[in-house]
Design a protein. Sequence first.
Length: 247
Amino acid sequence: HQPKDFLLAVSGLTVSFDGFKAVNDLSFYVEENEIRVIIGPNGAGKTTVLDLICGKTKATSGSIQFRGKELTKMRENEIVQTGVGRKFQTPSVFEDLTVFENLEISFPRGRTVFGSLTFQRDQPVKDRVEEVAEMIFLKDKLSTYADELSHGQKQWLEIGMLLIQDPDLLMLDEPVAGMSVSERAKTAELLNRIIKNRSVLVIEHDMKFVEDIAHKVTVLHQGQILSEGTMEKVKNDPKVIEVYLGH
Ligand code: ADP
């Protein structure tokens, strides 16, 4: 496979902070319709990798190709327009707006310049809001104010606010942190629904959830790949066991 055959191709990516390489010559490739999970101990470089992809942090060297476009030279807002969506760990919904309004204001009006939007431009906003609300289990909460939602429902709403922009890659940082068991199961269902049209790149610490959702796991350690493959493969990898158990 060539890098251009993948949805996302990260090659030789490095970022130094005052000489410290938080991400060090990292290469990994994400396919279409894939759920990829990045795991690794604290300080491994997971958040920095997502920051590099979304343009929040600039790479020192290396390449990030998304649908064949080089992202490392683009500004954050340009990267969003290529179809990359990023959700941070803390929910940032508008508490004093309803579910409907939160989704409606996230609808990407006039953002078709880069041609990454796949839904029809003339589709009424209302239909799209309802479609997304159904996907995120909030169809019956459209007129509920966001501050009345549970923590898990707020997390889904924020995912919905990204989904309404129809990204081709959705990046999530610990999506099930603080969720109940049933909310975790529904989040797994949600991710499996949304990858029909896109790929998802997730940082996650909850190994049970990783096991449930990951098509492939990338284990980071000291800014480099320690192991990569199915959960079954990486959890039996002696290098991974050593890092996690501190032997
Ligand atoms: P993880 O998400 O795996 O816990 P991070 O990506 O947050 O790891 O951090 C990787 C390393 O890079 C850590 O040692 C962290 O202190 C360092 N780091 C991250 N961002 C910066 C920054 N802006 N300036 C200096 N050091 C940073």
